[in-house]
Design a protein around this ligand. Structure first.
Ligand code: FE2
Length: 509
């Protein structure tokens, strides 16, 4: 590592600008004896030339010099080198010159002739003040960074969290390449979550197996395989970290700077280490949240299956309705949260049938008006069952209104047109189409063409006209992929069971 260890304190670099050789060498010698690195310039012009190519912490400058005096130098430095502190010498100390020098940003002034003690004391105070100021700056930077990084630990959605993490790191550390991968401990795999920078052909979402134990070397090696890009020659240009949460590795973060950029210094590395713990917590939270959501969905799918299972003819109905509804939502461009509501709504729309007696639910004939009333109550009962689950609040209108009709003659509320929530209008179509194309105790299933003709007959009266058009387009394009194979359910492979629900364990119908 070429970066300095943290205990190393670099000597303070001082530029003495003085046309009097006696004063200049007196200052230079004294300050060198005290451990400062010193250079001298004859006047302001020469000082500016030196400043262009060399770094300094402090400039001591005379007021009166040929070509360019101290005040002009101060003005230039305020514009171009605001971080360098200055001390002014003057043989003509008046209140005015002193005030003007301080106004231009000078730290202090010394009146000639000055003693060894005066010079040493003033320089020491300037250096000390500079150190405190830099510490404060660094601290406020760390706090700002910490605050920003804390905001993404509260983000549970991985995509958003990753986007925020990448943005923050890119802005603060200006790397040429940045990559972030996530450990999937259950599969012993590493997934590339994000990559920014030009020089690799990395594909986000790709996973690689980690064959050994999840140690640093194995993770770095796996990450390098994912990124597949050039590695920096100089180790100071690479910042590579294993992200840990609760003492477990959750991912790998890689930042690379280009050869023409400065390397990562110890401040960069400290800041990055602070950020890393927040990033790790954020990734871990969103992974757990995703897992929890998956488990919820599986539980709900099993619950829906148990309702469908009461009637052999409705096996797999909820799953199929979910599939149609989600896809229709996707093609009309609904946002992620609403698609999510359709997913749960599809599985749960008939959950209220738990409250309908078998004698009515399984009756192999048309229902009497009284029986029909009991059957219709399922929309309201469903809402009562799910109402207590906070996370499913968006699903309630779908459950309640999936039997409303556009012309206002549906139930339970007789809503019409746009009064019916969009997701419920989608669900009504998905539900009706699957019912029509499935066998029932009292009739055979309709063919796809017959069912489409039926949908067209109810276009604008029973169902939303625009949605019917989009749904028919969808069926014409992908009915085969959308339809679950018969017999549905248990035999269906997980990836066919649900659009975009990875790893869903299919319920037994
Ligand atoms: Fe229903």
């Amino acid at each position: 590592m070429s970066h300095a260890p943290s205990t190393y304190i670099a000597p303070v670099r001082v530029l003495v600008v003085e046309d009097d050789p006696m004063v200049s060498s007196f200052c230079a010698r004294l300050l060198q004896m005290k451990g400062y690195t010193v250079r001298t310039a004859f006047n302001g012009r020469e000082a500016l030339d030196i400043l262009q190519t060399h770094q300094f912490d402090l400039v001591l400058t005379d007021l009166q010099m040929p070509e360019m005096g101290g005040m002009a130098l101060l003005r230039e430095m305020r514009n171009h080198y605001p971080d360098i502190d200055t001390i002014m010498f003057t043989a003509y100390a008046t209140v005015e010159t002193a005030r003007e020098a301080l106004k231009l940003g000078a730290f202090d002034y010394l009146t000639k002739p000055f003693s060894v003690d005066e010079l040493e004391r003033t320089v020491r105070r300037a250096v000390e003040w500079r150190r405190v100021r830099q510490e404060r700056q660094r601290l406020s930077e760390v706090i700002a960074l910490y605050e920003i990084s804390q905001t993404f630990t509260s983000t549970l959605d991985t995509e958003t969290a990753v986007r925020e993490i990448v943005e923050l790191l890119w802005r603060r550390f200006s790397p040429a390449e940045l990559s972030l991968s996530l450990v999937h401990p259950e599969d012993n795999e590493l997934e590339l979550l994000a990559h920014r920078g030009a020089s690799s052909n990395a594909t986000v979402g790709v996973r690689v197996p980690i064959h050994q134990e999840l140690c640093c070397d194995a993770l770095f090696e796996g990450h390098a395989r994912l990124v597949n890009g050039p590695q920096p020659v100089d180790p100071s240009h690479l910042a590579r970290l294993v992200l840990r949460s609760n003492d477990r590795p959750v991912g790998v973060l890689d930042l690379i700077r280009a050869p023409d950029q400065p390397g990562f210094d110890s401040d960069d590395r400290t800041l990055l280490a602070i950020c890393a713990s927040q990033i790790a917590a954020s990734l871990d939270n969103s992974r757990l949240y995703r897992q929890l959501k998956q488990q919820n969905l599986e539980t709900i799918a099993a619950l829906a299956a148990s309702i469908d299972a009461r009637d052999p003819y409705t096996a797999g109905h909820s799953l199929q309705v979910m599939r149609y509804a989600v896809r229709l939502g996707e093609v009309i461009g609904l946002e992620k949260e609403r698609i999510e509501a359709l997913r749960y709504g599809g599985l749960l729309h008939d959950i209220g049938k738990i409250g309908v007696p078998d004698a009515i639910l399984l009756k192999p004939a048309r229902l009497s008006p009284e029986e029909m009333d009991i059957m219709r109550a399922h929309a309201v009962i469903g809402v009562e069952i799910v109402r207590g689950i906070k996370a499913l609040r968006a699903v309630l209108p779908i459950i309640r209104h999936h039997h409303e009709r556009i012309d206002g003659t549906g139930y339970p509320d007789g809503l019409s047109g746009d009064q019916i929530p969009l997701e419920a209008r989608i669900m009504a179509i998905a539900d009706a189409y699957d019912t029509m194309t499935s066998d029932r105790a009292y009739r055979r299933a309709m063919s796809q063409d017959e069912a489409i003709a039926e949908l067209q007959r109810g276009r604008g009266t029973q169902w939303d006209a625009d949605l019917i058009d989009r749904f028919i387009e969808l069926l014409n394009a992908e009915a085969h992929q959308l339809r679950l194979p018969h017999p549905r359910a248990a035999q269906v492979a997980p990836d066919q069971a649900a659009v975009h629900i990875p790893h869903i364990a299919l319920p037994q119908f």
